[in-house]
Write a protein that binds this ligand. Structure first.
Ligand code: CA
Length: 226
C-alpha cells in the first residue's frame, strides 16, 4: 500500500518508515500537521498513519480536514492518549482505527494489514463520474471524452472531488483554496480561476460554455450535474 506517515518524533517516524517499507509498503513521511494535510489531500495515499500530538495542526484537525477532502481515505491514529474519551473523539473526527502508544510492531503491522484486506474487498473504480459525455476516473487521475483520453493532475482531481461531493450547493473560491490547496481562504484567488480554466479545457465539451464546472456569479463554482 501507499502509506503516509505523520509523526513529529524523528526516531519514531524513521522507525515506522523502516518497519512499513520492510513489510513491502511505499511510505512517505511528514513531521507536522500542515504538511500532512497538504500531502494527504493531494497525494494518492491508501492509508494515513496519523500521530495525535503534532506541531502546527494537531492530529484531530488533520483528520477532520483529510476526511472532508478525501472521504474514503483510511486513517489510523497513533495516540499516546489511552483514555476512552480521547479514543471516542478520535473516532468521531473520522479516524477509522487507533493504536495506543507505545504499540508493538506486530500489532501495528496487523492493523495495517487489516486495512489492506479491507481495501482489497472494496470495488475499484468507485470514483468514476460521468457527466455531459465526459467520464472522469478520479481514483486513477484520468478522464475520457469520446475517443479522447486525458490525464488529470492531483490538484484537478481534488477540485473535481470537492465540487462533486458538495454538488448540492455552490462552493466558494476560498473554500477550494482551503481544502484543495491547503491555503488560507483569504489569499488571492486568481489561482483557483486559472486552474479551473485549464481544467475546463480538458473536460468540457465547450470550455466557453461549461456544463461540468459551472460558474456562479459572485459566489464561486458548482457541479453542473446537481
Ligand atoms: Ca507527536
Amino acid at each position: 500500500m501507499n502509506i503516509l506517515v505523520v509523526e513529529d518524533e524523528m526516531m519514531l517516524r524513521e522507525g515506522l518508515v523502516d518497519l512499513l517499507e520492510g513489510a513491502g509498503h511505499e511510505v512517505t513521511a511528514v513531521a507536522d500537521g500542515v504538511s500532512a494535510v497538504d500531502a494527504g489531500t493531494n497525494g494518492t495515499f491508501e492509508l494515513v498513519l496519523l500521530d495525535w500530538m503534532l506541531p502546527k495542526l494537531d492530529g484531530v484537525e488533520v483528520c477532520r480536514r483529510l476526511r472532508m477532502a478525501r472521504p474514503t481515505l483510511p486513517i489510523l491514529m497513533l495516540t499516546a492518549k489511552g483514555s476512552e474519551a480521547d479514543k471516542v473523539v478520535g473516532l468521531k473526527t473520522g479516524a477509522d482505527d487507533y493504536v495506543t502508544k507505545p504499540f508493538g510492531v506486530k500489532e501495528l503491522l496487523a492493523r495495517v494489514e487489516a486495512f489492506e484486506r479491507r481495501a482489497a474487498r472494496q470495488p475499484s473504480g468507485a470514483e468514476v463520474v460521468d457527466l455531459d459525455g465526459c467520464v472522469l476516473d478520479l481514483g486513477r487521475c484520468r478522464g475520457t471524452r469520446g475517443d479522447h483520453g486525458f490525464e488529470l493532475t492531483a490538484r484537478e482531481v481534488g477540485i473535481l472531488r470537492w465540487l462533486h461531493r458538495h454538488r448540492a450547493r455552490t462552493v466558494s473560491r476560498g473554500e477550494l483554496l482551503q481544502h484543495v490547496w491547503g491555503l488560507s481562504p483569504e489569499m488571492e484567488t486568481r489561482t483557483v480561476d486559472v486552474t479551473i480554466g485549464n481544467l475546463r479545457k480538458k473536460i468540457e465539451r465547450d470550455p466557453a460554455s461549461p456544463a461540468i464546472i459551472v460558474s456562479v456569479k459572485g459566489v464561486g463554482y458548482a457541479w453542473g450535474g446537481a
